[in-house]
Design a binder for this molecule. Structure first.
Ligand code: ZN
Length: 543
């Protein structure tokens, strides 16, 4: 079977070469144009929900229109979706003390777990009376815990506020008269349940101006209004309808990290534009180029859906939304090809990675590991840190093309001048050949594969090899156990250690630790910070 298929592939590739009016040079010119535009500073890193994203999706839709694709979004070529972006403080929030309107952020701010409420009262700062707002100077709390590495100030204040509410306080106002900086801020990204009373922090500046006499009574009017902050991402979808039974989906994400505002950058310098030429202007350009090829060559065996996703870098938001709200009948989807970072073909190793190999028995017959110009490293899993995962979850066979991780990954230096254009042309032609080979009256068979990691946590390609202590409620992840022979054991982590940071990311609990872990791929080098007793240790690791 295998040799027949290889023969067919060679045969059709030759046919394609004859029929194609377009040379490698003209394809390369297209890619230079697409990636050059998408990875330009003008697009400011194509962060989901920004003007840069808009410039990108407008550009992609323009290309789809020029090629002659049918719009396949919810509205023209576009499908918009919501991204939860944490919480924000609304402008109606105010704090007036003795007729002075305190400035939000500069003089005061609510804590993330504050209730939304209005309180008007004339309390005495020094007294804790039932039915009145209470005040707390956190100086003692800080002094008492100066040497306690497990101390979590935000959490301690929350406990005190909960206690105050249960004793009849109507609001909880905190300030810090000590010389030690507490670094408290409104942490919009934290997932916190709201308490029953408003909790407000008055800054040093606010305290000195308006709360300088603890024995005094103050006439206060407080209102806290906190709510969800939302952003909208936009998928772009175009279609070639050949009236065929099944549809092949060709996709890539086009969003990237912006200036690194979402804390998914590995850059530790000042905020800078992350152009994302490889990640993933390269894949986006390939979607456009394949659309052009398939339209021009008039391939008719299938229908073809071309889709560029947003929100990928935030957690596959766009592809998840599409598979939940598809604009085509997904039961008629033959398979999905995802291209994420295909612009760094290595001319010396000549290897590319192909994920999803195990998602259909057909792949084993169609694809050989040794091609004329490159070799293929197979990853059988249908899941991974990119958009094909969303389609695999719907029992659709997938393939995931990837030229590998590099030192510019998720850094501002992922620029267009580092793209290997002839390498990308070669990959696109290979994918085109594969599309020519597949698709007929029969749908590709689907097969389930192993998950990328244990416990159904499909988004991880890497692990540290620790068992977290789920009962620990301080900041970070406390190590409960160490897996035999894994990374954590090799670098000498011990039970009781608290992992607090990985690369540029801090995490507060096991959930946020998992989110951070999902951002790394095999081979990534980074640092972790660990608290061992009072000592803070840093380890260099390579996944
Ligand atoms: Zn990325």
């Amino acid at each position: 079977m295998r040799s027949i298929f290889i023969f067919l592939l060679v045969f059709t590739t030759a046919t394609y070469a004859q029929k194609s009016k377009r040379t490698d040079k003209s394809m390369q010119g297209d890619l230079q144009k697409y990636i050059g535009y998408l990875a330009d500073d003008r697009l400011e890193g194509r962060r989901t929900g920004t003007n840069g994203e808009k410039l990108a999706y407008t550009f992609i839709a323009d290309q789809f229109r020029n090629i002659g694709l049918i719009p396949k979004g919810d509205s023209s070529y576009f499908q918009s979706f919501e991204v939860f972006d944490g919480k924000q403080i609304f402008n109606s929030t105010h704090f007036i003390i003795n007729g002075n309107d305190l400035a939000l952020q500069k003089d005061f701010f609510p804590m993330i777990y504050s209730a939304n409420a209005s309180v008007e009262a004339v309390p005495t700062i020094a007294f804790n009376e039932k039915g009145m707002p209470w005040f707390l100077d956190i100086k003692t709390l800080i002094d008492d815990n100066k040497t306690n590495p497990h101390f979590d100030l935000t959490e301690s204040i929350k406990i005190k506020a909960t206690d105050a509410a249960s004793k009849g306080a109507t609001a909880f106002i905190i300030y810090n008269s000590s010389g030690i900086s507490d670094e408290l801020k409104f942490e919009g990204k934290q997932k916190a349940e709201q308490l029953t009373i408003p909790v407000v922090y008055v800054t040093k500046e606010g305290m000195q101006a308006y709360l300088n006499d603890a024995s005094a009574s103050v006439d206060m009017k407080l209102k806290v209004a906190i709510g969800e902050k939302k952003r909208y991402g936009h998928n772009v979808a175009g279609y070639i309808d050949n009236g065929a039974a099944y549809t092949i989906i060709i996709g890539a994400h086009y969003d990237h990290l912006g200036y690194g505002e979402d804390h998914n950058s590995l850059w530790t310098g000042p905020p800078s534009i992350h152009n994302g030429a490889d990640d993933n202007a390269s894949g986006t350009a390939a979607v456009i180029e394949l659309a052009k090829l398939l339209k021009q060559q008039g391939l008719k065996r299938n229908n073809y859906l071309f889709i560029c996703f947003s929100g990928e870098e935030l957690g596959l938001f766009g592809s998840k939304y599409f598979t939940e709200h598809p604009t085509i009948d997904l039961s008629k989807a033959d398979y999905m090809i995802n291209m994420d970072m295909i612009g760094r073909f290595n001319d010396s190793t000549k290897a590319i990675t192909l994920g999803g190999y195990g998602t259909s028995p057909a792949w084993g017959q169609l694809i050989s590991s040794k091609e004329k110009d490159f070799t293929i490293k197979f990853d059988s899993s249908g899941t991974g840190p990119s958009d094909h995962t969303s389609f695999y979850r719907k029992d659709i066979p997938v393939l995931f093309f990837f030229t590998g991780i590099h030192k510019d990954y998720h850094k501002p230096s992922d620029d267009v001048d580092k793209i290997n254009f002839p390498g990308e042309v070669m990959i696109i032609k290979y994918i085109y050949g594969l599309i020519m080979e597949t698709g007929n009256s029969e749908k590709l068979a689907f097969a389930k594969t192993r998950e990328q990691s244990t416990g159904g946590m499909a988004r991880f390609t890497v692990s540290l090899g620790i068992m977290p202590d789920y009962t620990f409620n301080g900041n970070g992840v406390r190590v409960d156990g160490i897996s035999e022979g894994k990374l954590a054991q090799r670098i000498g982590l011990k039970p009781g250690d608290i992992v607090t940071e990985m690369g540029a990311y801090k995490f507060s609990d096991v959930t946020s630790y998992m989110d951070v872990l999902a951002k790394f791929k095999k081979g990534d080098a980074t640092k972790i910070k660990v608290l061992r007793g009072k000592e803070e240790l840093t380890f260099d690791i390579i996944f």
